[in-house]
Design a protein around this ligand. Sequence first.
Ligand SMILES: [Fe+2]
Length: 601
Amino acid sequence: MKILGISAHYHDSAAALVIDGVPVCAVQEERMSRRKNDASFPIGAVEWCLHSAGLEPADLDAIVFYERSMLKFERILTCALRAFPRSWRSFPHAIKNTLGDKAWVRGIISSELGVPRDKILFTDHHASHAAAAFLTAPAQRAAILTADGVGEWATLTVGQGERRTDGTTDITLRREVRFPHSLGLLYSTFTAYLGFKVNEGEYKVMGLAAYGRPTMTEQILKVIRRLPDGAFVLVPEYFEFQTTADRSYSSKFVDLFGPPRHPYDPIDLESADGQRFADCAASVQRVLEDILVDIAARLRRETGLSDLCFGGGVALNGVANARILAESGFDRVFVPPAPGDAGCAMGAALYADRIYFRNADREVPDHPFWGPPADGARLAQTAREDNQDVVELGDDLLIARVAGELAAGRIVGWMDGACEFGPRALGHRSLLAAPHDTAMRDRLNRDIKRREEFRPFAPVVTAEDADRFFELPAAGARLARYMSGVFPVRREWRSRLAAVTHVDGTARVQVLDRSMAPRLHALLAAYGRGTGIPVLLNTSFNVAGEPIVTEAIEGYTTFRRCGIDLLVTGSTIVSKRATTTSSSKESGAWSSNGAAASSVA
Ligand SMILES: [Fe+2]
């Protein structure tokens, strides 16, 4: 049976193809259209999925949309009417947006793909999140928690999933919290208040939180109130997202927390305002964690299960995930590589396969590499035509050469096979660099990423060596498989891992199993043999404002216009003729200059 899953029209559209119960490919539309967070109908992603499987739309048995668009329309309409006349300004915008795309999805899919309308199915938004988390996890039975901004009405659900021995599958979501009460929207409101872009800047709030102290949790608990049953409500007078598209927080919110940060104002952590913003980030982060830990602990007691599958955009919060693992009582916590709405394309397709069509359970490969491949031969041809230095080497020589270049302080664009599904580079579309000193972090920021200096870079380490460098709890390595947890760097290594250690001594580490990305694993091992530390800085292969590169040609054009020294795809290594060797030499692998904490804060 051939099932295509689609998510679209909110942010981060995607398509995923499941054949005979197993995913065969999946990709976000932004990786095809090259528009970051592209929310349009994912025609490029759909076409690539079908093409790569050799299918025509007519070959599909079903196309599954990741949410019930008419229910979502009902929610938008109901809320606008309830809030009238306060909502009158946002109402035309919401209706135009909804009527334009969201409500008429069946017609759009039918006409875009030329498939009969009766082949088009819909799942609940949070069922898609739940399926993306549970049906991709190596767990027979697990509790399920989903949390995001909002789907149709639900913003958080709890339940459980089971793969039975007779091959049938069950996902039951028992309870939900409904809009406008939403952990995702609470965090997004603070994202906007702190001057960052909603749906993109949430990582920045988490990064900034490490510079602050949770001194404002009492105020936060005035705007989100806990209920005796573990749920929560947002207190309406502090929020405006339900009534206007202009602003998500009210003047009463500003009275409570002070003036908001303007997006163009730099964050000066030495100033009173800068510290207030950092404390505010730390406080909302702490409250979010406390609520999630409490809900997860109740779910653990209620189900008696030892595994938790956690999905939805809130599951991108690695600090919260690590606390759930440490404090909720679950033995293992699984977060998929694409827990947000893009991942719902795969979740919806799997849900339809297992639950709607009642097809037998199949094991889903435990990796994130479902996207288009990068072609080394094509890269070599392009680079030669462009008069760059190209060498082609067998694996052993290539890995030894790249490890040496990394140890010499060079920045490597690393493209290996199929690209990742989800927001993180997990070793197939990564920029790699020596993790040892802060000069490398600053150089990456200056020449390539142009990020705020309070945002940390992440390390990748071989699974065999992870415990030596990072304080991982039991099952911490599993959470770190897809970079879903933030854990302490061991104190004795912090000064030698300064480029990847955050101000609070933690890192969002990826723990790499050899079987998941054997070439990167070999590179880490070779780097470790040369330097004694099998750890690399691993950040996504893109420049500021652009999606992660997909094909070799995009990697190449990115390499040509920023400070990447070396580009590797397949057996091809391209180096720049006029390189930035002076800055490379400055950041030699062993010239550690103290802990990140002292130089960033
Ligand atoms: Fe969602």
